[in-house]
Write a protein that binds this ligand. Structure first.
Ligand code: NAD
Ligand code: UDP
Ligand code: UDP
Length: 334
């Protein structure tokens, strides 16, 4: 006999919403790159109150400085591996280091963040009846044997490799989301995010787009990791944020791929950055790291059909939008 599913508990805010119709939204990892752009967008709606919980491992208060002191905004220094007691209607759960050099720096902490952190946010969602969105990743497909990757593909992930703390961590996080959904009736949303770029990316996080832009501005060689024929598909951050909000507000649990299907080799990316930012830099081939996926491109049929979403900004248009922000932070004016 299958156990009867308990109804989700009423949100403590549903009652107060009856009077003020405000939406209180928690963004974990909101001081980071994607999180801070998401906060900017959510704050545009005057009915939203936004609470950010972040431990500043890879994020910074600077990314949120325009909201600090705003009456509809709150910033809490908090590590999601510890329980969190707040009353909210929605949770965007982004907290997790996202770039290989940061998530490999303390792999055990990365696993804890993905597993215990997601468990805590689901416990919170359960207690207050909130809807929760997890930012999963295209890395759940590992080094994919199916191309492009649809959501139905189960992936090709090394469970014991140096990337596993992140890939397998996110896979467990997805499992937890679905188990809380099935067992406790929690309203869940899962986004599988593909490589995203834009202003406020960490300058020194080793990601390819931030590396190439910083190198081009400094006049240093662009370091293409061998063989350079590996591919990625890059989504501009404003498109990403719109996709995440669409998913949260819609009726589909996901998982749904959110990314830009335009696919480029790393050599093509280097050539494009060279052309757009600094035609005088050289392109240098350097050694790669283990388990680097050879190709990656989202199949976004589901996002188009179910969310009526698709990215608008082409790589050629998005890259120059990062230049100003990077020049300012690097102290290299044009
Ligand atoms: P980011 O590193 O800029 O942001 C992550 C934020 O989480 C940071 O502010 C960091 O301080 C915070 N954080 C990390 N561990 C924490 C913890 N234990 N407790 C509280 N806060 C913690 O990265 P991002 O690129 O903005 O990524 C945001 C989310 O999107 C992540 O979940 C990441 O896995 C996912 N994602 C990003 C990309 C991408 O290309 N940027 C691709 C796929 C998935
Ligand atoms: N939790 C939390 N905030 C809450 C409610 C729960 O951080 O408002 C954490 C709680 O500490 C626990 C986790 O979420 O570790 C899972 O909670 P759940 O109630 O599902 O499980 P249990 O507490 O019964 O293990
Ligand atoms: N890469 C590169 N030069 C760099 C940094 C990365 O050629 O300076 C390559 C890397 O080998 C990988 C791709 O760019 O094939 C994307 O790497 P990134 O770390 O940005 O993202 P992820 O591997 O998580 O997709």
């Amino acid at each position: 006999q299958t156990p009867k599913k308990p109804p989700p508990p009423p949100s403590p805010l549903r009652f107060s919403k009856f009077f003020q119709s405000n939406m209180r939204i928690l963004v974990t990892g909101g001081a980071g790159f994607i999180g801070s752009h998401l906060v900017d967008k959510l704050m545009e709606n005057e009915k939203n109150e936004v609470i950010v919980a972040d431990n500043y491992f890879t994020g910074s208060k600077d990314n949120l400085r325009k909201w600090i002191g705003h009456p509809r905004f709150e910033l809490i220094r908090h590590d999601v591996t510890e329980p969190l007691l707040v009353e909210v209607d929605q949770i965007y759960h982004l907290a997790c280091p996202a770039s290989p050099i940061f998530y490999k720096y303390n792999p055990v902490k990365t696993i804890k963040t993905n597993v215990i952190g997601t468990l805590n946010m689901l416990g919170l969602a359960k207690r207050v009846g909130a809807r929760i969105l997890l930012t999963s990743t295209s890395e759940v497909y590992g080094d994919p044997l199916v191309h492009p990757q649809p959501e139905t593909y189960w992936g090709n992930v090394n469970p014991i490799g140096v990337r596993s703390c992140y890939d397998e961590g996110k896979r467990v996080a997805e499992t937890l989301m679905f188990d809380y959904h099935r067992q406790h009736g929690i309203e869940i949303r899962i986004a599988r995010i593909f490589n995203t770029y834009g202003p406020r990316m960490n300058i020194d996080d080793g990601r390819v787009v931030s590396n190439f832009i910083a190198q081009a501005i400094r006049g240093e060689p662009l370091t293409v990791q061998a063989p350079g024929t590996q591919t990625r598909s890059f989504c501009y951050v404003s498109d990403m944020v719109n996709g995440l909000i669409r998913l949260m507000e819609g009726e589909n649990t996901g998982p749904i791929n959110i990314g830009n299907p335009g696919e480029f080799t790393m050599i093509e990316l280097a050539e494009t950055v060279k052309e757009l930012i600094n035609p005088y830099v050289e392109i240098k081939m350097v050694e790669n790291t283990p388990d680097d996926p050879r190709q990656r491109k989202p199949d976004i049929t589901k996002a188009k059909e179910l969310l009526e979403w698709e990215p608008k900004i082409k790589l050629r248009d998005g890259l120059p939008l990062m230049e100003e922000d990077f020049r300012q932070r690097l102290g290299v004016p044009k």
